[in-house]
Design a protein around this ligand. Structure first.
Ligand SMILES: NC(=O)c1ccc[n+]([C@@H]2O[C@H](COP(=O)([O-])OP(=O)(O)OC[C@H]3O[C@@H](n4cnc5c(N)ncnc54)[C@H](O)[C@@H]3O)[C@@H](O)[C@H]2O)c1
Ligand SMILES: C[C@@H](O)[C@H](N)C(=O)O
Length: 375
């Protein structure tokens, strides 16, 4: 299915599906006796009620875990901390293989009381907050994106502060805008994003850092580039073309690209992204000179990606049908990301450049499609 149609379908689904977070108008009003607003100085942050010895494994909750990144992260964290120490959650129904691979729980991040109950009953110590509406879907439904990405984040921050959790919230290249330096984009510079997604992520960075300084919240944030994965589908972003091309190339030998051939964006293979997430979560606090870091691996245009894929599949045919919404977003985003602070502070290092990415994606999708043909 062409990407544009797939996106429209995702956006419509987000608008129409009951329980997809659309109960925005009924956002839960908080009835709690504690609020970080009641904490009067940073030293009071020692109220943390959960006893968690450093020698224990963390007990992790992942919100929005059924999207492109959550299932892979759960797999990585379960390998490290044990299957039952990592709980996936979402508002969607998990596929059978995910349901049987470890603990799964329903959680709508707009339901503050339910979220708190899950954290308390499961003695959660780390929270990875993945729920969000991405850039293109967000522009198609600003009210829902504002509710999930901003109101939802407020719930997460309060619960994390209240229960002394280590909190990871991903940000994005989309937290920058047309007035930011684009080549390269450093950690600290002008941030005036022009999408609701970008505005909500810049807000998340600032709120997380504020809670860190004000209440001692252990907030950690990475700005991810566009993430490319073979066994999970992107949720409606501007960088989705760089995933879809591999599926179409293997299955039909044709690809219609919705960005111009010379649109350069930072990108990363999913294994690097998930490993970075674990590494920054495990980094000793004293190594973190900042709480929000750019991370980077490679940067390419559709034309450069096509040329690399054509080294393996020379018959691949490309056409361009530009989506004006996505093109305008991409034109306002960084072309190259400066991640030198992550590399210096906690030794971030990517494994996959463009050739390894293309080889890995084609191997995975190619072998999957062979299995499908046989069965
Ligand atoms: N994938 C990327 O390229 C990329 C790049 C930069 C940053 N990020 C960030 O990483 C995180 C995960 O990204 P992803 O690609 O897996 O996203 P995704 O869109 O694939 O998945 C998001 C998930 O959030 C869930 N969700 C929506 N409303 C919810 C609600 N009210 N309560 C609970 N869950 C809800 C959805 O059901 C979905 O499964 C997001 O915060 C995203 O902004 C992703
Ligand atoms: C870059 C990232 O945040 C997401 N893949 C998007 O395009 O919206």
């Amino acid at each position: 299915m062409p990407v544009v149609r797939a996106l429209t379908k995702v956006a419509k689904k987000a608008l129409l599906t009951p329980g997809c977070g659309c109960q925005v108008s009924a956002v839960a009003v908080r009835h709690v006796s504690f609020s970080p607003r009641q904490v009067t100085n940073a030293s009071d942050a020692s109220f943390h009620s959960v006893s968690f010895s450093e020698t224990d494994h963390p007990k992790v909750l992942i919100t929005g875990g059924l999207g492109q990144l959550g299932v892979g992260l759960a797999k990585l964290l379960r390998k490290r901390f044990g299957k039952n120490n990592v709980i996936l959650s979402d508002i969607r129904k998990p596929p059978t293989h995910v349901f049987h691979s470890g603990p799964f729980i329903y959680s709508d991040i707009l339901d503050y009381k339910n979220l708190r109950e899950i954290v308390v009953n499961n003695r959660i110590t780390w929270l990875v907050h993945y729920s969000a509406l991405l850039s293109a879907v967000g522009e198609a439904n600003v009210a829902l994106a504002r509710a999930v990405n901003i109101t939802g984040l407020h719930n997460i921050l309060d619960i994390a502060a209240e229960h002394g959790l280590r909190l990871f919230v991903p940000s994005t290249i989309g937290a920058f805008g047309p007035t930011s330096p684009r080549n390269p984009t450093p950690d600290l510079c002008v941030q005036r994003p022009r999408t609701i997604y970008g505005v909500s992520k810049a807000h998340a960075e600032l709120m997380g850092e504020y809670y860190h300084h004000r209440y001692g919240l252990d907030f950690r944030c990475l700005r991810y580039p566009g993430i490319i994965s073979a066994d999970s589908q992107p949720g409606g972003g501007t960088t989705d073309y760089a995933v879809q091309i591999f599926h179409d190339a293997v299955k039909t030998g044709k690809f219609e690209c919705n960005l111009k051939p010379d649109t350069r964006l930072p990108m990363m293979y999913i294994d690097d992204c998930l490993r970075a997430t674990l590494e920054v979560m495990e980094a000793p606090a004293e190594t973190l000179s900042m709480r929000t870091y750019n991370i980077n691996a490679m940067s390419f245009t559709p034309d450069e990606l096509v040329q690399e894929v054509q080294k393996q599949l020379p018959d691949l045919q490309i056409t361009y049908k530009i989506d004006p919404v996505r093109q305008a977003i991409a034109d306002s985003w960084p072309m190259n990301f400066d991640d030198s602070n992550a590399r210096n502070d906690w030794r971030w290092k990517h494994d996959y450049d463009l050739p390894e990415l293309v080889q890995t994606m084609l191997n995975f999708i190619g072998s999957e499609s062979q299995v499908a043909q046989v069965s």
